[in-house]
Design a protein around this ligand. Structure first.
Ligand code: ASP
Length: 328
């Protein structure tokens, strides 16, 4: 009897919590990388769109928790109170880090509630403005001849830029690895590249298109299977696969997650708000301009996204092992 009473009280308080949600307390979207970078940009645009779809009064804020390729932020959210006020906006790193870290403080498939897929973002291979090469072929020849002397910037072990750098070096079968330089995100890495302190980076189009257009970095290739012929700027660059790197394809996806145990009614509200945000024309046009791709099928749904992440973890493990000699 006592147990039944306890359960009833818990159910009532969860219901009350869900009814009051979000209330005046902020909903914090934790971004695992530095402000101003591609993941941060998606999170801020999404927060703005979700604020609208949650009635305009919800207080969504973004918190940047950099370090360890995103795993510090993921740990923080996995261990946060599951009340719908702590969310994580992460990317392919969710699936890449299990293959790169000996020990994670959370289980990617067990310690989160999946809210769904936000978008997909191709990557671009770019170089510092001082590089002499003006096309991919010359760039590749230069890299092959000088790899031991070159620096590759990235956002930490297991970040998308790191993964791309490893896969690219492995696909070229370089005789000597480049020196990899980790940053707290690709926003600071981009500053170092534009300033010529590092030589090369592979990063999401959401961070690179503006700098390519402004001539502040050199662009050489995209990581989609084919040239992005529908994008007004990126259509000018070949895909790595077209340049002879057989089977090379890498697309970053962004997903939204809550800590395990977040009440179902709150998850439903968040999922509805997220999906409505993905239909917001202002959000869509910002994403389009930056080369991101909106997904309109059932892949955005929580269960489908979770199954996809599980498949990505399995798919990336052997890729990471094969590229292992370039990891440091
Ligand atoms: N582009 C990033 C990555 O390489 C991180 C960031 O958003 O700053 O994973």
């Amino acid at each position: 009897m006592k147990r039944l009473l306890v359960l009833a009280v818990a159910a009532i308080s969860m219901l009350a919590q869900a009814q009051d949600y979000p209330g005046t307390k902020p909903i914090t979207i934790v971004v695992p990388f530095a402000a101003g970078g591609p993941t941060d940009r998606v999170a801020r645009d999404l927060a703005e769109a979700m604020r609208k779809t949650m009635g305009g009064s919800a207080n969504l804020v973004v918190e940047n928790v950099n370090g360890a390729g995103g795993t510090i932020a993921a740990t923080k959210v996995a261990k946060a109170t599951p009340d719908g006020h702590s969310l994580l906006l992460w990317h392919i790193g969710m699936a890449a880090t299990p293959g790169l870290y000996r020990k994670l403080q959370y289980k990617p498939l067990e310690d989160f509630e999946y809210l769904g897929l936000v978008n997909e973002v191709p990557m671009t291979l770019i170089g510092k403005p001082q590089l002499a090469a003006n096309n991919y072929r010359d760039f590749e020849n230069y890299v092959r001849a000088n790899s031991g002397k070159l620096n590759l910037a990235h956002a930490g072990l297991g970040s998308a830029s790191h993964l791309c750098g490893l896969m690219w070096q492995a696909a070229m079968n370089l005789s000597e690895p480049m020196t990899t330089i980790p940053f707290g995100g690709t926003a600071p890495a981009m500053n170092a590249l534009m300033g010529g302190q590092v030589d090369i980076m592979c990063d999401q189009t959401t961070n690179t298109t503006g700098q390519i257009e402004g001539g502040r970095v050199k662009a050489y290739a995209v990581t989609t299977a084919k040239t992005m012929s529908n994008h007004k700027l990126l259509k000018n660059y070949p895909s790595l696969q077209e340049m002879g790197l057989k089977g090379f394809e890498l697309t970053v996806w962004n997903g939204l997650y809550a800590p395990k145990g977040t009440p179902a009614a709150i998850l439903k509200q968040l999922n509805t708000a997220m999906k409505a945000a993905l239909q917001d024309p202002a959000f869509i046009s910002k994403q389009d301009a930056l080369g991101a791709v909106m997904v309109t099928d059932k892949r955005v749904e929580p269960e489908a996204h979770k199954a996809f992440v599980a498949a990505e973890i399995a798919k990336l493990k052997p890729v990471i092992e094969a590229a292992g000699k370039f990891a440091d």
